[in-house]
Design a protein around this ligand. Structure first.
Ligand SMILES: NC(=O)c1ccc[n+]([C@@H]2O[C@H](COP(=O)([O-])OP(=O)(O)OC[C@H]3O[C@@H](n4cnc5c(N)ncnc54)[C@H](O)[C@@H]3O)[C@@H](O)[C@H]2O)c1
Length: 251
């Protein structure tokens, strides 16, 4: 039980990668605060994980792009659990558009959730962690932050920005005992992309050709990396982006 007694706040915890990471943390004994814009959904997930793993859970409805709501979320978690040891900035959206059709609105929508949201959550939580004497922050970025997929300029830019925010925070927060790292997932089957692959199964085949391990990933594939970065096994690791992509970025 590598996270026994730790309190983990996971944004976008309702489903997909957030849920997969939260389940990994629960298996390692962490108390879970799950936050999501879908309040009903995240309450359900929190109840299911509490019942399944016997850990304490709480659910918070939040829009991570709204600073006042993020501060209220952090207050709620601290009131409930007394501390926050681990923050996973996982909430994210991926609407696509060819560059010439990209509206200002869509651009701001994506940057607001994927980059501003991670910044707002990190700032509010890092203040608590600094008072506690430490903690770990994990940003869920993407291989799209390294390589630009077509029709995805806003998303790729948000994830590239999050890579750099990871490094900048790692440098500034190290004196406070706060480590900041990122996980860059490859192609992970979730509701974010399921409709794309269902509409065009050949696209999945085309993408898999580029994955040396030859298979798609699942949210549970991210859990091991997140546990490593959250626990003391990675005590001397900060400022990295760890690809979890079946080798996609290696070629
Ligand atoms: N699935 C992939 O292949 C893949 C690859 C690379 C990175 N990622 C990243 O993983 C993260 C999770 O994505 P996923 O694939 O699980 O998708 P998903 O759509 O299943 O999950 C995203 C979660 O974020 C929540 N959310 C969206 N906007 C929010 C907001 N404003 N405030 C709070 N919560 C909000 C959603 O309700 C949902 O629960 C994202 O950051 C995504 O960019 C996914």
């Amino acid at each position: 039980m590598r996270l026994k007694g730790k309190v983990a706040l996971v944004t976008g915890g309702w489903r997909g990668n957030g849920r997969g990471i939260a389940e990994g943390f629960a298996r390692e004994g962490a108390c879970l605060a799950l936050a999501d814009i879908n309040g009903e959904g995240v309450r359900q997930t929190a109840q299911e994980l509490a019942a399944c793993y016997g850990v304490e859970t709480d659910a918070v409805q939040v829009d991570v792009g709204e600073p006042a709501a993020v501060e209220a979320m952090v207050r709620q978690v601290v009131e409930r659990f007394g501390r926050i040891d681990i923050l996973v900035n996982n909430a994210g959206i991926m609407p696509t558009s060819p560059f010439l059709d990209l509206t200002h609105d869509l651009w701001h929508q994506v940057l607001r959730v994927n980059l501003d949201g991670a910044f707002f959550c990190s700032l509010a939580v890092a203040k608590i962690m600094a008072q506690q004497g430490g903690g770990t922050i994990i940003n869920i970025t993407s291989m799209a932050g390294f390589q630009a997929p077509p029709n995805n300029a806003a998303y790729a830019t948000s994830k590239g920005g999050l890579h750099m925010l990871t490094r900048a925070m790692a440098v500034d927060l190290a004196p406070y005992g706060i480590r900041v790292n990122a996980i860059a997932p490859g192609i992970i089957l979730t509701d974010l992309n399921r409709h794309i692959f269902e509409a065009d199964p050949a696209r999945l085949e085309r993408n898999l050709v580029r994955v040396p391990m030859g298979r798609i990933g699942y949210p549970n594939d991210l859990a091991g990396a997140a546990i490593f970065l959250a626990c003391d096994d990675s005590a001397y690791v900060t400022g990295i982006s760890l690809p979890v992509d079946g080798g996609y970025l290696a070629r």
